[in-house]
Write a protein that binds this ligand. Sequence first.
Ligand SMILES: CCCCCC/C=C/C(=O)SCCNC(=O)CCNC(=O)[C@H](O)C(C)(C)COP(=O)(O)OP(=O)(O)OC[C@H]1O[C@@H](n2cnc3c(N)ncnc32)[C@H](O)[C@@H]1OP(=O)(O)O
Length: 363
Amino acid sequence: MGRTAFGAHDAAFEAAKERLNTLKEEPDNNVKLQIYALFKQATKGPCNTPKPGAFDFVGRAKWQAWSGLGDISQDEAQKQYIDIINGLAGEESPAETEQAGEEASSYKEIKVTKENKVCSILLNRPAKKNAITWLMYNEIVQALDDASKDDSVTVAVITGAGDYYCSGNDLGNFMNIDPKDMPKMARDGKELLRRFVTAFIDFPKPLIGAVNGPAVGVSVTVLGLFDAVYATDKATFHTPFTELGQSAEGCSSYVFPKLMGNTKANEMLLFNKKLTAHEACERGLVTEVLPHDSFQKEVQTRVEYVAQLPPQSVREGKKLVRDQEREDLHKANEKECEVLEGRWLSEECVRAIMSFFTKKARL
Ligand SMILES: CCCCCC/C=C/C(=O)SCCNC(=O)CCNC(=O)[C@H](O)C(C)(C)COP(=O)(O)OP(=O)(O)OC[C@H]1O[C@@H](n2cnc3c(N)ncnc32)[C@H](O)[C@@H]1OP(=O)(O)O
């Protein structure tokens, strides 16, 4: 059976595929066979084709390599594929490998560093105010999954490069789509958003938001699923969903009313009020507002403190709190994604997105 859902390493797998084509030296035949077999296993699952005839030497060698992988999982095959290609690429350009805790990773739109038990995820498209592309959603999910499994990491932090924290969903995700492909785009978007928000609901270690500047849309809503949110006094929090013909996501339809009460939540989610950092703090979305000039240093002190706490104790504590509402959060996520799938197909939404890009083009 082919893959129907994303694997744990999808973004890195795609990047490894591209990297394979850029290797300066061709790998030897045995390595090539191994790469071939892992690719087949990762994309199709265990070998299920008949053994080629005795005189089809190449076909038989490929078949043997693939069937030799037995029934290792598609995720495991992806991982081994990525490791081999990154290993080959690393041998060619050692300068690209690990530097001061920086992962020799294939992330393209985020930057992940691990140092002193802290995994930092930097949203890294400053020229586009860190708007989140489809690739970036996948990369964030992958980075969270990796941080949750890595025993050397006790806390994860998300922050933005440049003057913005994040401008939310990249509106280009919905552009240039043939009208006949819109339903599929909406279905795929729903599935991706569901996986993205699930990664936040179920992240088992402390997750800290370092909101270094304005935050918009989905980057604001998921903050309600973080364990602490530090914001610079220059940050703002804006969820202009109805202006875009869209609707609330990131579990905000459930979390925001709990945090701030219905009328204040409506002010943000229905009537698009942009909050200052201090207002967001008063409403419980932000833990603490810090002066912009010393923001990085102040956040670092707080993160380092959390990083050195007994990790199991912190995880158990987080689980106790999250378990009180985990099911409700998953339900809210499902429901929000379903409603959004319909919104993305609505004329209201299509018009609003066109209008954003038309205005830009006129400037
Ligand atoms: C799988 C799909 C899941 C979807 C989940 C649902 C998510 C919903 C949301 O997140 S809704 C919120 C969407 N975001 C927005 O509506 C923000 C749109 N952007 C803006 O309003 C402004 O760009 C700004 C206020 C963020 C910043 O304004 P300004 O300081 O004037 O800068 P520019 O507008 O010139 O921006 C610089 C550059 O970045 C591009 N850009 C910024 N934000 C986005 C974006 N969200 N999507 C796409 N592109 C964005 C902007 O076009 C400029 O590009 P250019 O230099 O012109 O090429």
